[in-house]
Ligand binder design. Structure first.
Ligand code: C2O
Ligand code: CU
Length: 457
């Protein structure tokens, strides 16, 4: 039963245009909204302020880039201008555009040359929390990313404030910060850990581009409901996420609705998103919104500040929300509200793929064979992870349904496969012809070739 949002605060104003660039609710600067043609993204070398330290990096003017917000059924039309010294593209992570708009260099388009531009344009029928990012080499790791929200035509959730939180890992203080993200010569220490998503030297965790000593602030009045869109855009870090003193009601994963389930903490592999509702029902000041590197010690945070607490000081950076150790959301907890129309019986095609080292099914890019599918098929992919790292596996151009005991597992586009014997299986319906990447969203693993191409034949 539809209810309307009570208010819509903290966001860039939505104008009558079908596509609006705004800011993300925590006071970050917004990029100039659109000319009637839609917003522009200009990829540039830039400087970024990390709590008083200016560091050189690459981004779309700010890190994260401007929020792109539109409504289901609108046409996304974004002009990319390349001010970088090398070619670039934009990929619309979680959306299912026609193949030529997917932004994968050498697969769906030639990279946009330095000084040149490209206009992405396609319809966005499905609402949800998505991201956009560069898809050339390690460019994404430098800060070429931003949030993309497609609102439903009729909002079913009631909430007072909405915030988008993009979680990133950062190589603070290392020599040559412009090389942020690339492995230092001689390789990184790569500790093996049962829950390790990566293990490289990313000591700093950022929330909306801000370090823990200059965190974004989420504001609430007692009794408010907050909708948080939490997105992991990191290179090498799986996150735990929790709000001290509050529980999280999960409503969506990767933008797709699930039956609400209340937990203490989220675990997000790289490329995954969760929407949660938080009842701001524990007033009394300032609360830590904590993020922790899964399997490692690093910290990041935002803070939740109640009206009237302007003079109370924020908790110490190291004050760790106990909820991080509470009940974590798992895939079997999630029951899709809008399952895919997957038939019963035997799939038309099945792939059983081992994830080992940085190979998928024993092969790595660019020498790997394509994975053929035919339009109209029901395809099942099972991944068996025999390596010591988690691999968050992302399929372009499609949503898939994770197979769980309920038979109505969550509809997602990125799924984290646990290390050392973890198995995850999903079904999708082959309905979007083209060549589509299927890859690990650990940026290093992807660069090392942990990529296959799903090819419609
Ligand atoms: Cu976030 Cu190949 O994608
Ligand atoms: Cu991986």
């Amino acid at each position: 039963m539809p209810a309307t949002r009570r208010q819509f605060l903290g966001l860039g104003a939505a104008a009558g245009l079908s596509l609006v660039a705004g800011c993300s609710g925590d006071g970050r600067p917004a990029a100039a909204p659109s000319s009637p043609g839609g917003p522009r993204l200009t990829a540039v070398p830039m400087r970024m302020d990390l709590a008083g330290r200016e560091i050189p990096t690459w981004g779309y003017g700010t890190v994260p880039g401007p929020e792109i917000r539109l409504r289901a059924g609108d046409v996304l039309r974004v002009r990319l201008d390349n001010g970088l010294p090398e070619g670039t593209t934009v990929h619309w992570h979680g959306l299912a555009p026609p193949n030529g708009m997917d932004g994968v260099p050498g697969v769906t388009q030639a990279p946009v040359a330095p000084g040149a531009g490209f206009t992405y344009e396609f319809e966005t029928p499905v609402a949800g929390s998505f991201m956009y990012h560069a898809h050339v080499g390690m460019q994404l790791d430098r800060g070429l990313y931003g949030p993309l929200v497609v609102e439903p035509r009729t909002e079913e959730l009631a909430y007072d404030h909405e915030y988008t939180l993009m979680l990133d890992d950062w190589r603070d203080g290392l020599e040559g910060h412009a090389d942020h993200g690339s492995s230092p010569p001689g390789g990184d220490p790569d500790p093996v850990d049962a829950v390790s998503f990566g293990g490289r030297a990313y000591p700093l965790l950022l929330v909306n581009g801000r370090p823990p000593d200059d965190p974004p602030v989420l504001r609430a009045r007692p009794g408010d409901r907050l909708r948080l869109r939490v997105m992991n855009v990191a290179a090498d870090t799986g996150f735990r996420f929790a709000v001290a003193g509050h529980r999280l009601t999960v409503t969506h994963t990767d933008g797709m609705p699930v039956e609400p389930v209340t937990v203490d903490a989220l675990r997000l592999g790289m490329g995954e998103r969760y929407d949660v509702l938080v009842e701001a029902a524990h007033p009394g000041g300032v609360w830590q919104v904590g993020v922790q590197a899964e399997g490692r010690g690093g910290w990041g945070r935002a803070v939740l500040r109640y009206t009237g607490s302007e003079t109370s000081s924020a908790p110490a950076v190291a004050e760790r929300p106990a909820e991080l150790d509470g009940r974590l959301v798992t895939y079997p907890d999630l029951v899709s509200r809008e399952p895919l129309a997957v038939p019963t019986g035997t799939p038309d095609r099945e792939y059983d793929l081992e994830l080992s080292g940085t190979q998928i099914g024993g092969q790595s890019h660019p020498d790997a064979d394509p994975l053929p599918v035919v339009e109209g098929e029901w395809v099942r992919v099972t991944m068996r992870n025999t390596s010591a790292k988690w691999h968050p596996m992302h399929l372009h151009g499609h949503h898939f349904q994770v197979r769980t005991p309920s038979g109505r597992g969550p509809v997602k586009d990125t799924v984290a496969v646990p290390s050392r014997g973890g198995v995850v299986s999903f079904d999708f319906l082959a309905g979007n012809p083209g060549d589509w990447l299927f890859h690990c969203h650990n940026h290093h693993h992807m660069e090392d070739g942990m990529v296959r191409v799903v090819r419609y034949g």
